[in-house]
Design a protein around this ligand. Structure first.
Ligand code: ADP
Ligand code: MG
Length: 388
């Protein structure tokens, strides 16, 4: 998970190897972590991600014959497709489907997408919950928009990238990942209202506060994650219907007890309690950050983890162990980040304690015989951008 300084150079080298030519430009888009606000996105609620310094870079040039070819350093494959394959969602399979999906979504929105050759390199680990898929979509989307001179304001881009993933690839994700990859700013977290898609950039300056965010890859396999995700979504939709609201976002925290009393069983009550309290924790985190009280968000992060563990039931022993060990070693707050059943943990730590906290997590893993975790410290980085 260590940031490789020359991911852009690797994208250029890949382009030269594949096409024997130099690219017209390079476009980068970041992975993300969600500071707080888990499983709130599909409930029309609030999330607060920030972009990572780990990035995916697409080196690209127009292709006069109007087709698309893409190679990835990570897979070593080169995949070519034309308008017919793009027109049929799912036709281009595997990783290149994310790229074909972006072309499909742009064309479906009426844009004249230029043919292109692309070479992709990335420092974002795949499938670790840091959103390599949105980084790939955002890097490719930004490249195609620039190469084609398309009129597509940044605020409309996340929805198109999300459609690529939902409809072309067939993965049911919310709007958070693509919004983070495209709209984040350095030094800020992105406060996103998933109903209105309104964003606000919230200063999240760790350096000034003497703090660091440690991201720990729990290295636990994502078991049953797709089925469990679908089950949580279904529970939330059922609860909203029972409560007579469009989405759980419409249950204010102050009305939670009344709402819970109207639900038929304990499991659905716990699901609702997670979503409603989590939305409130996002709002409380934003309020603290606006006040510059960065270190005070720690307790909210830890409360979010307890809610995911006890009410939403989406954690696994590895992530619970990492959170507990980080807190025991003095982290100000810690929580699983991402959809759950594995993935990454983030811990807010005093900058000079980052190594000690990471070491404590490693020791706790060793004691339990878990696969050793990896870690990195991160600060909020910019969203998708043209490099040159
Ligand atoms: P996450 O987004 O959390 O990393 P996903 O399962 O949503 O996990 O997306 C991972 C998939 O995205 C990979 O399996 C691969 O198909 C695709 N992908 C992302 N980045 C790249 C890349 N640089 N090269 C090839 N495929 C990639
Ligand atoms: Mg993803």
């Amino acid at each position: 998970m260590t940031a490789h300084p020359d991911v852009a150079a690797r994208a250029t080298a890949g382009f030269q190897r594949a096409y024997g030519d130099t690219p017209a430009g390079r476009w980068a888009a970041p992975g993300r972590v969600n500071l707080i606000g888990e499983h709130t996105d599909y409930n029309d609620g609030f999330v607060l991600p920030f972009a990572l310094p780990l990035r995916t870079v697409a080196a690209a040039a127009p292709h006069p014959d109007g087709t698309w070819t893409v190679c990835s350093e990570l897979t070593g494959e080169t995949v070519a497709f034309g308008a017919d394959e793009v027109a049929a969602p799912g036709r281009v399979t595997g990783w290149a489907g994310y790229v074909a999906g972006v072309v499909w979504a742009l064309r479906a929105a009426g844009h004249r997408v230029p043919g292109a050759r692309l070479a992709v390199a990335s420092d974002v680990p795949l499938g670790a919950g840091l959103s390599s898929s949105a980084a790939l979509e955002a890097a490719v989307l930004t490249a195609l928009v620039d190469l084609g001179g398309l009129d597509l304001p940044a605020e409309h881009r996340p929805r198109l990238a999300q459609r690529a993933e939902n409809h072309y690839v067939g993965a049911p994700t919310g709007i958070m990942d693509q919004s983070a990859a495209i709209r984040c700013r350095a030094g800020h977290a992105l406060f996103l209202d998933c109903r209105t898609e309104r964003v606000e950039h919230i200063p999240f300056d760790l350096g000034v506060a003497g703090l660091a965010v440690l991201v720990i890859d729990s290295r636990s396999p994502h078991r049953h994650a797709d089925g469990e995700y679908a089950a949580r979504r279904a529970s939330c939709e059922k609860a909203a219907a029972l409560l007579g609201v469009p989405a759980l976002r419409d249950v204010p925290a102050v009305d939670l007890d009344d709402a819970l009393a109207r639900l038929p069983d304990d499991e659905i009550r716990r699901r609702v309690r997670h979503v409603v309290t989590e939305d409130q924790r996002v709002l409380d985190t934003v309020a603290l950050l606006r006040d510059g009280r960065t270190r005070h968000i720690g307790a909210l992060l830890t409360a979010s983890h307890a809610s995911m563990r006890d009410d939403f039931a989406i954690t696994v022993p590895q992530v619970d162990t990492a959170v507990e060990a980080a807190l025991d070693a003095g982290a100000l707050g810690a929580r699983m980040t991402g959809g759950g059943f594995g993935g990454c943990v983030l811990a807010l730590v005093e900058a000079d304690r980052a190594d000690a906290v990471a070491g404590a997590v490693e020791a706790a893993y060793a004691e339990r015989g878990f696969t050793a975790p990896t870690h990195t410290t991160v600060a909020p980085a910019p969203g998708a951008t043209r490099l040159d």
